[in-house]
Design a protein around this ligand. Structure first.
Ligand code: ADP
Length: 642
C-alpha cells in the first residue's frame, strides 16, 4: 500500500539502512532480494577495481576555427522598417500549401467532420495521418474524403500497450537538454495513443522541492550489486501526473549530488545501479511492461540486464528499445570497473557487445547489441551514425545492427511550447497576430537584456549547451561581421568555460548589441524564442535538435547547418519559389554560416513581405509529437504483435 513519505527522519533512515550490514538488510526484505537472480549472488568475486582514472569521454574536444570568409553585409540604408506588418493570407485552398494550415485548424476540420458523419472507426491511426493531412488542403465541400481520419481521437479503439521509459532526466524534474524534453513529452503523447506509461528516473536530490513533496512512497527493497558484496537500498517514490506514472529510484548514496551528471568515476556506478534497480523495481511493483524503452548510455545496460541477469524473472519477458539521443556520450570505462559495478557475466564483455577495445567496456554499445530495436531521433542522424564522420567509433557496430535501427524525429510539446498561452512572454500571440505581437516581444527582450530598443534591428538568438558539438567556434569567428549596426545577437547557455568566456568578452566589447546570458533559464529561453527574428543552430552534429522546432513554433526563423535532425526539419528557403522555412548551410565552415545569416538578413531587410510569409509558415508547421508518437507506437506494436 502506498503511504506518504512525510518526514525527513525517514529519509535519513533510508541512508542509514543503505549502510547497514548486508545480512541485516537481506533479513528485512528477503522477498525483494529475489528479484535479482540467485546465480548472480554466487558469482566468483574478483578484486574490486575501483579506479581513480579521470573521465575520458566527458571531455569534448575544443576547436577554434578561424575561417572568416568575408560576406556581403547588409548596408545600413537597407535596414528599412517593415514593409508590411499585415499577415499575408495563407491559401488553404491550394493543395500545394497544405503545410501552411495551422495544426489546430487541422484538428478542428477533422473534429467537425467526425461530428457530422458519425462514421464508425475502422482504420488504425497510422493510416489516418495522410488522410488527415489531405483534409487541410481541401475546402469544406470535399470533407467526405477524410472520413477515415477520425480514429486518431478514438483512443479506446487503439491497441493498448504498456511501456516503461527508463532514462536519466525528464522535464520538469531535471533537465540538461533535449533528452529531458523527450522524456516529458513522448510519454504524455503515448498516453493519448492508449499506452500505459511509467517513467523511471533517479531521485536526484536536485529535483525541486515542490515535486519532491508530491512524491508518494511506493516501497523499498535491497538489491545486491555486482562484485561489491553489499546490498543497496532501493526506494521507490511515485508521482502520477496527467496519466503518466513517474517512479523515482531513491538511494542517497548515489543521487545526492546537485547535478545529474558528475564525472564518469561517479557516473558509471550510479547508472549501473540505476539500470539494475529500475528493472528490479518493475519486478518489485509487479508491473511488467510489454516494452522497456531505454534512453541513452545511462540506461544502456538495461537491455543487457534484461537478457542476462533478469532473463528468468517476470520482467524478462519485456521487449526492449534503446533510443540514442546523442551518440557522443557512451559510458566508456575500463572493463574491470564496469564488471565490478554491473555484475554482468563474462560473456557480455566481448567485441560484439560491451567490449570497446583491449581495456575498455562501453555501456551504450552493449545496450545496442542486446536491444530488440534501436532508434535515434531523426532519419538523417540514423544514416550519419553509420559513417566514420559521425559514428563516434561505433559506426561498424551500428552498421552491423542497422536492420533494427531507425530514425524517428522528435516533436515538441504544444502544452509547454505555446506562444498563445506561454506565461513567460511579454505578450502572447498566435498565427493571426504574430507580426504585431512579435515586435512587442522583441522590444521587451531588448529591454530585459539591456540591448538598444529598436524594432528595426534584426535580432538573432542562440540557445544552447555551450559545447564543442554546437558550432560555437563558427559563431565566435564571425561575430564581428554579423554585428553590422543593424543586428543584435543574444546567447543563452552554459557549458565549457572557453565558450562562456568568449561570449562574455563579446558582450563587453559590443555593449548594447550583444548579450551573453551565461545561465540556464527556461523562462528566458521562451522569451528569446518569442522576441528574436532568427535562431542560430550551426551544430557540428545534431541528432535532432529541439531549439529549431521551438523557434519555428514561435515564428522565429531557424538558421541551421544541414546535419541530423536539422536537415530533416528545416527546409531551406528558396528565393525563386518562396518555399522553405529557414536558412541552411552544409559544410562546417564559418564563411558558410555567415553567408546563411546574410541571406536571412537580406530577406528580412529587403523583402519583409516574404519574410513574414516564412514566419507564418513556420508557425503553422506541425512540429508536435503527434506524428512521431504514432511511429513509436507502431514500433511497439511491431515488437508485440498479438
Ligand atoms: P541538446 O539536447 O543537445 O542540449 P536540443 O536542441 O535537443 O539540444 O535541446 C535543448 C533544449 O534545452 C531546448 O528545449 C532548449 O530550449 C533548452 N535549453 C538549452 N540551453 C538552455 C538554457 N541555457 N536555458 C534554458 N533552456 C535551454
Amino acid at each position: 500500500m502506498a503511504r506518504k513519505k512525510a518526514n525527513p527522519a525517514k529519509k535519513e533512515a533510508a541512508v542509514k539502512r543503505t549502510e547497514a550490514p548486508a545480512a541485516a538488510a537481506v533479513e528485512e526484505k528477503s522477498v525483494e532480494v529475489q528479484t535479482v537472480p540467485a546465480a548472480e549472488a554466487k558469482k566468483p568475486k574478483t578484486k574490486a577495481a575501483a579506479s581513480t582514472e579521470s573521465a575520458p569521454a566527458a571531455q569534448e574536444k575544443k576547436t577554434g576555427a578561424k575561417e572568416t570568409t568575408p560576406a556581403e553585409s547588409v548596408p545600413a540604408a537597407e535596414a528599412k522598417k517593415p514593409v508590411s506588418k499585415r499577415a499575408p493570407a495563407i491559401k488553404k485552398t491550394d493543395p500545394t500549401q497544405e503545410e501552411t494550415a495551422p495544426a489546430a485548424e487541422k484538428k478542428e476540420i477533422v473534429a467537425k467532420k467526425t461530428a457530422a458523419t458519425e462514421k464508425k472507426v475502422t482504420s488504425a491511426p497510422e493510416e489516418a495521418a495522410p488522410a488527415e493531412r489531405e483534409a487541410v488542403s481541401v475546402v469544406e465541400e470535399t470533407i467526405p474524403v477524410v472520413e477515415e481520419a477520425a480514429p486518431v481521437y478514438e483512443i479506446s479503439n487503439l491497441p493498448r500497450r504498456s511501456v516503461a521509459f527508463i532514462g536519466s532526466e525528464c522535464h520538469p524534474f531535471v533537465k540538461t537538454g533535449g533528452l529531458g524534453d523527450v522524456m516529458y513529452a513522448l510519454p504524455r503523447e503515448l498516453v493519448r495513443l492508449n499506452c500505459d506509461v511509467r517513467v523511471i528516473l533517479p531521485r536526484y536530490a536536485c529535483i525541486p522541492q515542490e515535486y519532491q513533496d508530491k512524491m508518494i512512497y511506493r516501497g523499498e527493497f535491497y538489491m545486491d550489486m555486482g562484485l561489491t558484496n553489499r546490498n543497496y537500498y532501493v526506494g521507490i517514490m511515485e508521482y502520477v501526473w496527467d496519466g503518466v506514472v513517474y517512479d523515482f529510484i531513491d538511494n542517497q548514496e548515489f543521487f545526492s549530488a546537485g547535478n545529474p551528471y558528475l564525472n564518469l568515476v561517479d557516473d558509471i556506478p550510479r547508472y549501473c545501479f540505476f539500470s539494475k534497480a529500475a528493472l528490479a523495481a518493475l519486478n518489485y511493483m509487479n508491473w511488467i511492461p510489454d516494452i522497456i524503452h531505454c534512453h541513452d548510455w545511462q540506461a544502456g545496460l538495461v537491455p543487457v540486464y534484461l537478457r542476462t541477469l533478469f532473463k528468468d524473472t517476470p520482467v524478462g519477458r519485456a521487449r526492449s528499445i534503446l533510443t540514442i539521443h546523442n551518440l557522443r556520450f557512451q559510458g566508456i570505462y575500463n572493463i574491470p570497473t564496469i564488471q565490478y559495478w554491473s555484475g554482468l557475466p563474462n560473456e557480455v564483455f566481448n567485441m560484439g557487445a560491451l567490449q570497446q577495445d583491449w581495456v575498455n567496456a562501453n555501456m551504450l554499445k552493449g545496450g545496442l547489441a542486446y536491444a530488440d530495436r534501436i532508434t535515434t531521433v531523426s532519419g538523417t542522424y540514423a544514416h550519419e551514425i553509420q559513417t566514420a564522420e559521425y559514428g563516434e567509433r561505433l559506426e561498424d557496430h551500428l552498421r552491423y545492427h542497422s536492420g533494427k535501427l531507425r530514425g524517428i524525429v522528435n516533436g515538441i510539446d504544444y502544452g509547454m511550447w505555446n506562444p498563445e498561452t506561454d506565461p513567460a512572454l511579454a505578450v502572447n500571440y498566435g498565427l493571426g497576430n504574430v507580426l504585431d505581437h512579435k515586435m512587442e516581444n522583441k522590444l521587451a527582450l531588448q529591454r530585459e537584456l539591456g540591448l538598444e530598443q529598436d524594432e528595426g534591428k534584426f535580432v538573432i538568438g542562440l540557445i544552447s549547451r555551450l559545447t564543442n558539438q554546437k558550432g560555437l567556434d563558427l559563431v565566435s569567428a564571425i561575430i564581428a561581421q554579423v554585428l553590422d549596426g543593424n543586428t543584435q545577437v543574444v546567447v543563452l547557455g552554459t557549458g565549457d568555460k572557453q565558450y562562456e568566456d568568449t561570449f562574455r568578452y563579446y558582450e563587453n566589447t559590443y555593449r548594447g548589441t550583444f548579450s551573453a546570458c551565461i545561465q540556464y533559464d527556461e523562462a528566458r529561453a521562451h522569451r528569446i524564442y518569442a522576441g528574436a527574428d532568427a535562431l542560430l543552430v550551426p551544430s557540428r552534429f545534431e541528432p535532432c535538435g529541439l531549439t529549431q522546432l521551438n523557434a519555428m513554433h514561435y515564428g522565429t526563423i531557424p538558421i541551421v547547418r544541414e546535419t541530423g535532425g536539422l536537415k530533416d526539419t528545416v527546409e531551406p528557403y528558396n528565393e525563386y519559389t518562396g518555399d522553405g522555412n529557414g536558412f541552411t548551410f552544409d559544410r562546417y565552415e564559418a564563411g558558410l554560416l555567415l553567408d546563411a545569416i546574410n541571406r536571412a538578413k537580406t530577406l528580412y531587410f529587403t523583402n519583409r513581405y516574404h519574410w513574414d510569409e516564412v514566419v507564418q509558415r513556420d508557425m503553422a508547421k506541425d512540429v508536435s509529437w503527434e506524428n512521431s508518437a504514432r511511429q513509436y507506437k507502431n514500433l511497439y506494436l511491431e515488437l508485440t504483435p498479438w
